[in-house]
Each structure stands twice: as structure tokens, then as C-alpha cells.
Design a protein around this ligand. Structure first.
Ligand code: C5P
Length: 224
């Protein structure tokens, strides 16, 4: 199976409060994006396209391995993945059987998660996401923050990346998604096109780095 990767790395990282885009913030001395790219390349993904902020192309190119190509991302995650998808599906290149879309913000994703996603695709799933159970009681609130109801957590899952797709399925789903519709992950894009999304087990180590506490926790978990 010819699998290619997309890494969404064009976010600003405002909530992390860093002096640079979040994907360039170092973890154990290496930028978050380099960790995420290496996870894919080390797990059977042949090449990776990385969506980066428009004014940071050179900074990203300097820290990426040769198998990773930076392209200019967009103002939203959906726009960034759309831009990277256009680059991986260049008609002059062999069409990929599978596309894995990963967040730069999940630097410590273990290779086993990638392997599980690839295995589900090889078994014929058109789309697959790694998930974890919800362990907290989860509620809805109204505009004043007053609880209006609880959700049955047994049926809820937290969704991680990398998310895997049959190449043609992801391209078709992005083609159908109207401009201006912004979704927080790619499984939502294919679901909007009516494609069923399978799940495999995620991993707590694939947690997303969003706020400073997440980065401090990741520093403690770096395999040494
Ligand atoms: O903001 P959040 O942490 O949910 O972003 C998830 C991933 O999407 C991050 O790796 C971020 O760099 C990426 N992103 C992007 N383009 C944007 C916004 C976010 O590639 N415009």
C-alpha cells in the first residue's frame, strides 16, 4: 500500500503562548513538527507534506527531513489540509492508496497507533480514526454555564490523529466540502460526504499539545 502523510502544522499556537508557531516549539530540543513527521516516516509512510504558516516556509524547511515537503497552509485547519492534499495528489505523481493526516501538535504519538490505522485501511476501511474512551462525566451547559444535561459517556470517544483515508475518498470528500465550511478534523469531512468512519485504539501518549501544561507533560514523557 502506497501511503503518504499530511501533517497540519500551520497553526499559530496562541494558547501555548510561545514566541513562534506551535509546530516549531521544541520538545526535548526538537520542534514538535519534526517529532510528528518522524512518527509517520518511521511507520511505513513514504513521504509527508507539511502545511506551514505562509511566512515560515524557510524556518520549517530547515528543520524537516528530505522526505517532508513544506507547503503553505491556510487560515484554518480545514484550509491547511486542503492545501496539503492538493500537493500530495499532484497529477504528475503516482496516486496514493492511502493518506494519513496527522497533527504536528501530537509529537509523542507511538508508532503502534500509525500501524493500527494502516492495518484498518489495508483491511478495507475507507476511513479510520484512533480513539480513546471519555473518562469524565461530560455535560452540556447553557450560555450562563448552567448544566442542562449529561451525555452518556459510554458512547463517547475522544478522537486523535493520525486519521487514515483511502486516497480517493479523502480527495472526493474535500472536493464536495463547500468553501468556508470549517471542521475540526478530517473524519468530519468524509462523514459530511456520507463515508463511514471506523475506529481503532488510540493512545494517551498521542495527546495534543495545546496549553503550556501539555508541553510540560510531554517533556516528562519523552522516551530517553
Ligand atoms: O488548534 P489545534 O491545536 O486544534 O490545531 C490542530 C493542528 O492543526 C495543529 O497541528 C495546527 O498546527 C494545525 N493547524 C493548521 N492550520 C491552521 C490551524 C491549525 O495546520 N490554520
Amino acid at each position: 500500500m502506497h501511503a503518504v502523510g499530511i501533517v497540519a502544522a500551520a497553526g499559530s499556537g496562541l494558547r501555548l503562548g510561545a514566541d513562534r508557531p506551535k509546530a516549531l516549539v521544541p520538545l526535548a530540543g526538537r520542534p514538535l513538527v519534526a517529532w510528528a513527521v518522524d512518527t509517520l516516516l518511521g511507520s511505513g509512510v513514504a513521504e509527508v507534506v507539511v502545511a506551514v504558516p505562509a511566512d515560515e516556509l524557510a524556518a520549517f524547511a530547515a528543520v524537516l527531513p528530505p522526505e517532508a515537503r513544506p507547503v503553505v497552509g491556510g487560515a484554518t485547519r480545514t484550509a491547511s489540509v486542503r492545501a496539503a492534499l492538493a500537493a500530495v495528489t499532484d497529477p504528475a505523481r503516482p496516486a496514493p492508496d492511502a493518506v494519513l493526516v496527522h497533527d504536528a501538535a501530537r509529537p509523542l504519538t507511538p508508532p503502534e497507533v500509525v500501524t493500527r490505522v494502516l492495518a484498518a485501511l489495508a483491511d478495507g476501511a475507507p476511513a479510520v480514526v484512533p480513539v480513546l474512551p471519555v473518562v469524565d462525566t461530560t455535560v452540556r451547559v447553557d450560555g450562563d454555564g448552567v448544566v442542562t444535561g449529561a451525555l452518556p459517556r459510554e458512547a463517547l470517544r475522544r478522537v486523535q490523529t493520525p486519521q487514515g483515508f483511502a486516497g480517493a475518498v479523502l480527495v472526493d470528500a474535500y472536493d464536495r466540502l463547500p468553501d468556508g465550511v470549517e471542521l475540526t478534523d478530517d473524519a468530519a469531512v468524509v462523514r459530511a460526504a456520507g463515508v463511514p468512519v471506523a475506529t481503532v485504539a488510540g493512545d494517551e501518549r498521542a495527546a495534543k499539545v495545546t496549553v503550556p501544561h501539555d508541553l510540560a507533560l510531554a517533556e516528562l514523557q519523552v522516551p530517553r
